[in-house]
Design a protein around this ligand. Structure first.
Ligand code: HEC
Length: 141
């Protein structure tokens, strides 16, 4: 058999098995975990988590976030059905064990390739900290 034909067949075979693998081992093929850079943990929350900040965070969350993250932050908003990547569960341990700075950094920078928008130019810094304070109240009890 001609060598180049053999090459083409090998490439095709490996592509087919890649697709097969994605079905058999989906978790292995999932995108990398999203981890905020270490500097983000050093950003201090300049606002006290008082009722005023939490109330304002709730209004912003309801306006901008529940379509994907859901009313209780569980990642089950209506739009979560139509996007490829599952919105994070804000009530869970994975989220709540992150520092205020890391959460602030993530919602500021976003991860557009995986459907999480950047809110850097949409919300003021103050509004983003109100969100962090509100997100803390979503922790599963
Ligand atoms: C279009 C849908 C969508 C909207 C709207 C949205 N998000 Fe997200 N969000 C996502 C997705 C999808 C992820 C998961 C990204 C990943 O896994 O890499 C995510 C992840 C996050 C994370 C990281 C969670 C973790 O476990 O580390 C934070 C924080 C976050 N979102 C906050 C917000 C806030 C606050 C708002 C509103 C201002 C918002 N998001 C609006 C889709 C959305």
């Amino acid at each position: 058999m001609n060598k180049s034909i053999l090459c083409v067949i090998l490439v095709l075979l490996s592509l087919m098995s890649f697709e097969q693998n994605q079905k058999v081992f989906p978790s292995f093929f999932q995108p990398d975990a999203w981890i905020a850079p270490p500097e983000a943990n050093k950003i201090k929350n300049p606002f006290a988590s008082d009722q005023k900040s939490i109330n304002s965070g709730k209004i912003i969350y309801t306006t901008y976030c529940i379509s994907c993250h859901g009313e209780e932050g569980k990642g089950d908003g209506a739009a979560s059905l139509s996007i490829k990547n599952k919105p994070a569960d804000h009530s869970g341990k994975k989220m709540q064990t992150q520092s205020d700075g890391a959460i602030f950094w993530k919602l500021t920078e976003g991860r557009p390739a995986l459907d999480m928008i950047s809110y850097k130019f949409v919300l003021s810094e103050n509004e983003r900290w109100d969100l962090v304070n509100y997100i803390r109240t979503l922790a599963a009890k």
